[in-house]
Ligand binder design. Sequence first.
Ligand SMILES: C[S@@+](CC[C@H](N)C(=O)[O-])C[C@H]1O[C@@H](n2cnc3c(N)ncnc32)[C@H](O)[C@@H]1O
Ligand code: SF4
Length: 387
Amino acid sequence: MYAARMEDLALYIHWPFCLSKCPYCDFNSHVRDKIPQARMAAALRRELAFEAARIGPRNLTSIFFGGGTPSLLDPENVAALITDAQTLFTPAENIEITLEANPTSIEAQKFADYAQAGVNRVSIGVQSLDADALKFLGREHSTAQAIAAIELGRKNFPRLSFDLIYARPNQSEKSWRGELNTALTLAADHLSLYQLTIEEGTRFATLHARGAFSLPDEDLAAALYDATAEEAEKFGLKPYEISNYAVGGGESRHNLAYWRYADYAGIGPGAHGRLTLNGKRLATFRHRTPEAWAALVEAKATGITTEDEIFTRDQAREALLMGLRLAEGISFTTFATRTGTNLQDAIDPATLKAAMAENYLIQTPTHLIATPEGRKRLDALLPALAR
Ligand SMILES: C[S@@+](CC[C@H](N)C(=O)[O-])C[C@H]1O[C@@H](n2cnc3c(N)ncnc32)[C@H](O)[C@@H]1O
Ligand code: SF4
């Protein structure tokens, strides 16, 4: 007799504090004179226990400490959360445990302790290797500190990624290729390369609206995007998602769970979750303010503010939105299992036909795939494609 295979689960843990607020960033991050470390860590552990109790046994494939700046979370608290998670769920043999880190020297000094705590992958927010760009982006670290953090990270963790932001004001294709080449010589198995976007409510949104700077036009942005893939491929890093590049096997398994529309629990202020419980697919939301979230956890064991059932049509829409970001596309079988509907029934046939004629989408016997040209136009394509 074989036991039924446990469903996979990915776990996201949000640490909502940063030393300062970067002008481009709309993540749920907060600056405090003194971070309430012990209170927050206790609340995270309590909320994790709450989630585990209602989710039940699962095969835990990844843990991701995101932020904010999780490298401000003390290593002993990271260790306690990892131990709790691995006790409450069944850790997969090759469990991926990632922590996002900022490259200031104080944080890099903690790398060995994080590795000791069980972290086996680090994702460093380098953002740029150019001194002026770092200043423009309001970063607290220098190029030399970023490079030192990458080197130290490579010594301490079997896997490492770092983030860069490109398509910045006045950035030429030539200068980006140069900066990216330096980055690629430092890279391990993964890079996240994001085009600068202006997010509502940020300082950049105000400055941009005032005309303080302008972004590359559409043609230059497209040329920068193509140049990015071209350079990355020279170093063996393939674009497996719109902004993510990896060597074979170096893909972020945690993020793949989001894009493949698998179940994930999110704990901590503002964390989202997508969970299948008692046959229902649920979207969970938590209070975004750290202290208010902690007070909710202290009173009721969870900071969840809303939990909505996602019905078939919306599930299909979400799965389409996430899956077409991936170079591998969407598996018809996985789509049907996860959303309860066939992919063919979830998309508009006329839009599909037109997108295939333009070579934006292709179909194989098993997958629907957005081509590289299609992936550039997903924002325009998706509203018409999803029924
Ligand atoms: C949660 S943040 C990173 C973690 C860490 N706090 C740091 O800054 O190093 C995730 C990543 O999203 C990217 N990002 C955030 N806002 C962005 C924006 N407006 N445009 C492009 N990339 C952005 C940055 O590269 C950032 O490292
Ligand atoms: S980019 Fe990172 S450090 Fe900057 S505010 Fe956002 S989360 Fe914090």
